[in-house]
Design a protein around this ligand. Structure first.
Ligand code: ZN
Ligand code: ZN
Length: 75
């Protein structure tokens, strides 16, 4: 199961698990696609891996498997 972190690691804006328009790397770093377009260009700045569209998690599954609250903002 992917760790669904609560914020974009590039700009720290909230990024909810059920929200579309997010990207994730294989190390579960996650970003807004707008940040990808502006500066990341498909490569994760943390681990150097490729970014892929992140699948969303439905509300019913979120109730069972809550979103992570661990923030990873590093900039
Ligand atoms: Zn961002
Ligand atoms: Zn990464």
């Amino acid at each position: 199961m992917l760790g669904m972190r609560p914020d974009c690691e590039s700009c720290s804006k909230d990024l909810l698990a059920e929200q579309a328009g997010a990207l994730v790397s294989s190390f579960e770093c996650r970003f807004y696609d707008s940040c990808d377009k502006d500066k990341l260009h498909g490569i994760c700045p943390n681990c150097g891996g490729a970014l892929s569209p992140r699948p969303t998690r439905s509300q019913s599954l979120l109730a069972k498997y809550p979103d992570s609250t661990e923030r990873k903002y590093i900039c």
